[in-house]
Design a protein around this ligand. Structure first.
Ligand SMILES: NC(=O)c1ccc[n+]([C@@H]2O[C@H](COP(=O)([O-])OP(=O)(O)OC[C@H]3O[C@@H](n4cnc5c(N)ncnc54)[C@H](O)[C@@H]3O)[C@@H](O)[C@H]2O)c1
Length: 249
């Protein structure tokens, strides 16, 4: 049976999409553990939730650092206790073509977008398994389902979606489900004006996705009704990837 009020750890919680995710989670009565690179930004995200009568706690986290993840694990345990759900939303979009990558920029994107969620899942999975119930949700992208012109982003998100599926074996029979949410163009600062201008022409709904819609999907995934959604890539893109390529070079 699904616990009704969950401790939900969200990475990248100070980002644009997470504003919508945090708000929906808090409205549903969950406690949001807001983890981000910068503690002040995490605090601001948490403040936004508490100002709307929700429950939230801020934490500092660098998903590229094993030490930082271990520190977070200890801090969360001390201040809140076990989590029941993990939302891996921290990510970067490095707008570089193949020839522009240098100085480890490709590797850094993979480290944040793919290795980061892996580190987080490895650290927090034991407590989910121990409780016999848990939800892991990775924010991937349609760029990981179709390919995309910035290779570090496409490769990291494709890897993240396939990491999601592969973990089903590890969590078999444990009560823990693992899913990816794959947004299209979402109304955040990650999306440049040129892409916004293309939405009417390339998205069948002619709409940019709002962060709260991603939050609503995640909230549903935490519910009892979602217990058999497992290993899915849940695409929220207005139908863009079903009809033609969203992205021009
Ligand atoms: N915005 C979109 O249209 C869109 C579409 C598809 C997928 N996504 C994915 O959704 C997620 C959120 O995107 P967004 O638009 O909110 O981006 P954003 O840039 O607004 O937020 C990303 C957050 O991740 C944090 N972060 C970056 N590196 C980190 C690290 N090493 N450790 C901890 N936190 C770190 C940043 O500080 C930031 O708060 C990302 O994974 C992104 O790839 C976004």
């Amino acid at each position: 049976m699904t616990p009704t009020s969950l401790n939900v750890l969200v990475t990248g919680a100070a980002g644009g999409m997470c504003r919508g995710i945090n708000a929906r989670l808090a409205e549903a009565g969950h406690t949001v553990l807001c983890a981000d690179l910068n503690l002040e930004a995490a605090q601001a995200a948490a403040d936004q939730i508490t100002a709307a009568d929700g429950s939230a706690h801020p934490f500092e986290l660098d998903v590229t650092s094993d030490d930082s993840v271990e520190r977070l694990l200890a801090e969360v345990q001390e201040s809140v206790g076990d989590i029941q759900a993990l939302v891996n939303a921290a990510g970067i979009l490095d707008r570089k073509y193949l020839a522009d990558h240098e100085g480890g920029s490709f590797e850094r994107a993979i480290d944040i977008n793919l290795n980061g969620p892996f580190r987080m899942i490895r650290a927090f999975a034991p407590q989910l398994v121990e409780q016999g119930w848990g939800r892991i949700i990775n924010i991937s992208s349609i760029a990981g389902t179709t390919g995309y012109h910035y290779p570090s982003y496409a490769a990291s998100k494709a890897g993240l979606s396939n990491l999601t599926r592969s973990l089903l074996v590890d969590f078999w029979g444990t009560g823990v489900t693992v899913n990816s949410v794959c947004p299209g163009v979402v109304d955040t600062s990650m999306v440049i004006q040129e892409v916004r201008d293309q939405v009417k022409r390339k998205v069948p709904t002619e709409q940019i996705v709002q962060p709260e819609e991603i939050g609503a999907m995640i909230t549903f995934l935490l519910s009892e009704d979602a217990k058999n959604i497992n290993g899915a890539d849940l695409v929220i893109d207005g139908g863009a990837t079903q009809v033609f390529s969203l992205f021009d070079r």
